[in-house]
Design a protein around this ligand. Structure first.
Ligand code: 5GP
Length: 223
């Protein structure tokens, strides 16, 4: 995997200590682990969670639409966004560049929405440096056999692309230990339950509850 990504010096250190009312969830996984299906199901169930739509230099696949799965941009447009400091993180994944708009995230978590990012491990670690409270979730497949079978079933990629994704999967999974939570996507409904549980637990944190229900805390004389 090409390791190009945004230098950490480009990050805004002030953001790391900011205390936004919304939560930031970052989900990473090797291709085929079921990350997109899980996130899609969560979004359908929970209107408070919003998906961050990344920019990418790769071409659209299948039914993908500009502005829905990704903002599809040229190399020149991507370069211009880097130069303008528009990305909170970006990385080169499978030979294409992908980046997350800083403004889109900040505006939404500042307004109290929860934002979820589906990005690779390099981006996830950059997000943690920029947003110290980000919750990093790694999704694992139950086995190599199942991962290969899911990539083949998807039927969207050429055989050489599938081979590249499998080679990259080992490197992606080698970073799972740097994440806060791991979900093993063996049975979809169970994995979705786990994802919902993580989101729910985050909303029960002391600071979140105090912000949501200040009247109860003051009536109980709790600071
Ligand atoms: P795909 O081309 O299959 O949609 O995505 C390939 C990989 O790029 C996936 O691991 C996906 O999570 C990652 N990716 C998508 N958007 C971003 C992004 O904005 N930043 C980073 N670092 N990775 C991304």
């Amino acid at each position: 995997m090409n390791m190009d990504c945004a230098p950490s010096t480009a990050l805004d250190a002030s953001a790391a200590t900011s205390d936004y009312p919304g939560n930031l969830f970052v989900v990473a996984a090797p291709s085929g682990a079921g990350k997109s299906s899980l996130v899609k199901a969560l979004l359908e169930l929970d209107a408070q969670v919003q998906l961050s739509v990344s920019h990418t230099t790769r071409a659209p696949r299948g039914q993908e639409r500009h502005g829905r799965e990704y903002f599809f941009v040229s190399d020149a447009e991507f370069d211009a966004m880097i130069a303008a400091g528009a990305f909170v993180e970006w990385a080169n994944v499978h030979g294409h560049r992908y980046g997350t708009s800083r403004r889109a995230i900040e505006e939404r978590i500042a307004s109290g929405a929860d934002v979820i990012l589906e990005i690779d491990w390099q981006g996830a670690l950059q997000i943690r440096r920029a947003f110290a409270n980000a919750v990093l979730i790694f999704i694992l497949p139950p086995s190599w056999e199942e991962l290969r079978a899911r990539l083949l079933r998807r039927g969207e990629d050429r055989p050489e692309v599938i081979a590249l994704r499998l080679r990259n999967a080992a490197e992606e999974m080698a970073h799972a230990h740097e994440f806060d939570y791991v979900i093993i996507n063996e049975v979809f409904e169970r994995a979705l339950f786990d994802l919902k549980a993580i989101v729910h637990a985050q909303r029960l944190r002391y600071v979140a509850q105090r912000r949501l229900r200040p009247e109860i805390f003051s009536a109980l004389n709790i600071s």
